[in-house]
Design a protein around this ligand. Structure first.
Ligand code: AMP
Ligand code: MN
Length: 270
């Protein structure tokens, strides 16, 4: 039996476990092929690779890049098989922009009456290379299910939201490919709800694959993505987006449904 899990997060971005802990959790759950895809960061990959070798799990070196697109102010693109040194400058720039954006979001939250500073958010990020909105939410006092706080303050259109400015989706794909990687659009129906926009996004960006099997994707959405992959010669991938054992939404491996429609695959090393 194979179990493919091509998206997961560690304490290097907004996950709960260190990289080796993510791999241990995956091995326990029977994952056979894993990618650690920290947001805009690859510092956890070497530790994950060592743990994976010890535990007999195949580890694909990877990253999840946040980017902007006209259909989604927050679109995620995974890069598999990226060369860690070649992708490093893009990570550094993205991490710097994340800190600047965090400062602006903190200012907006202060205007809304929250008593927090950027330093509080940085402290909340702990060992993470990539500070993100979950860290800011917790620094502002949110806990447990961050959903309601996100909906009120941190999603596009909400009171304290600040859009990302770089990279565009096209640039993210180019950065991944220039670093020797295969570019896969992550969870399209998580970021975009209109099927026409999802289809247009995939047809225009022409990634190497699409994350087709994903816990929140419905049967209909999964079938749509699978049909597009078949038509366009793209690889349908899968993940449960593991963020840690007590994460409110993404807490376990093996959580996605194939609905019996097909099987996920791993993008070939370019
Ligand atoms: P950022 O890296 O700042 O773009 O934040 C992305 C992270 O925020 C994701 O990995 C999720 O963990 C979290 N997130 C995004 N949208 C929501 C939401 N509506 N509710 C709760 N968490 C969310
Ligand atoms: Mn993602």
């Amino acid at each position: 039996m194979s179990l493919i899990e091509l998206q997961s997060h560690s304490t290097v971005s907004d996950g709960q476990l260190p990289p080796a802990g993510v791999v241990e959790e995956a091995a326990t759950a029977g994952v056979t092929t894993l990618a650690l895809t920290d947001h805009d960061a690859v510092a956890g990959v070497p530790e994950a690779a060592t743990a994976a070798e010890r535990l007999g799990v195949e580890l694909v070196p990877a990253i999840e890049m946040s980017c902007v697109h006209e259909y989604a102010e927050d679109l995620h693109i995974c890069g598999y098989w990226v060369d860690l040194e070649q992708i490093a400058p893009a990570c550094e720039r993205a991490q710097l922009e994340r800190r600047e954006r965090a400062g602006e979001i903190v200012e907006n939250l202060r205007r809304e009456g929250f008593d927090l500073t950027l330093e509080d958010a940085i402290r909340e990020a702990g060992a993470a290379d990539s500070i993100g909105r979950p860290h800011i939410a917790r620094a502002a006092g949110a806990s447990g299910d961050l959903g309601p706080f996100f909906e009120e303050y941190l999603v596009p259109g909400a009171k304290a939201f600040v859009p990302r400015r770089w990279p565009s989706a096209e640039q993210a794909i180019e950065l991944i490919r220039d670093a020797g990687g295969a570019a896969v659009i992550a969870h399209p129906y998580w970021d975009i709800s209109a099927p026409g926009e999802v289809e247009d996004l995939i047809r225009s960006l022409r990634p190497d694959g699409v994350e087709t099997f994903y816990p929140p994707h419905t049967r209909e959405q999964t079938a749509h993505l699978l049909a597009l992959c078949e038509e366009l010669g793209m690889v349908p991938t899968a993940s449960s987006d593991f963020h840690g054992p007590t994460h409110k939404t993404f807490a376990k491996f093996g959580d996605y449904d194939t609905y019996g429609l097909g099987e996920p695959r791993v993008p070939a090393r370019p």
